[in-house]
Ligand binder design. Structure first.
Ligand code: GSY
Length: 173
């Protein structure tokens, strides 16, 4: 079984509902099981800053899929949630980024894992460290907690705690 950490971010429409829908779509896939959810964080936009704040979270899933296959699942979910990318780095409905796939280093034309910018993004590190404080970066072996201490938590506010997967993903939905 493969352990995959995925970052979710939304900054348009009903952001919490969009996150919930994305997690439901992950859970609905027959080869994916959602194991852990971080809290939801309200985060200042990084990159193109003249856009609405984001809601971000990180999920841990177990899957039999390869990294390429889980990437395709994430892209299908983005597609289904009608991702709107008006300008590069600009407003969008939903992003799912694979952060870690086991402790693997993967570099293909379509996928780089660990995610190339995860170590510099507080909106990724804060929720990731919340659910997996023991993790080390596969490339450098540096503790993610140490990376977070260097990056800081500015612009990242805990917005809602989630008690468990069942609180967020209801079986009837
Ligand atoms: O790659 C994620 C999309 N994204 C985000 C995001 O999810 N949260 C914040 N705070 N800033 C972002 N900039 C980009 S691009």
């Amino acid at each position: 079984m493969n352990e995959v950490y995925i970052s979710l971010g939304s900054n348009m429409g009903d952001k919490e509902e969009t996150l919930r829908h994305a997690v439901q779509l992950l859970q609905r896939h027959e080869a994916v099981e959602v194991i852990k959810l971080s809290s939801i964080y309200e985060t200042d936009p990084v990159g193109f800053t003249d856009q609405d704040v984001f809601l971000n979270m990180v999920v841990l899933v177990n899957t039999t899929l390869t990294a390429q296959e889980i990437l395709e699942v994430c892209q299908e979910i983005e597609q289904e949630l009608k991702r709107i990318r008006i300008i590069r780095w600009g407003p969008r409905t939903m992003d799912l980024d694979i952060l870690l796939y086991n402790h693997d280093n993967i570099e293909t034309e379509t996928l780089i894992v660990p995610h190339a910018r995860m170590h510099e993004r507080a909106f990724v590190l804060v929720p990731l460290v919340e659910i997996a404080p023991e993790l080390k970066h596969p490339l450098t072996n540096e503790a993610l907690l140490t990376m977070l201490a260097q990056v800081g938590k500015e612009g990242v506010i805990q917005w809602k705690t989630i008690a468990g997967v069942s609180e967020f993903v209801h079986s009837e939905s």
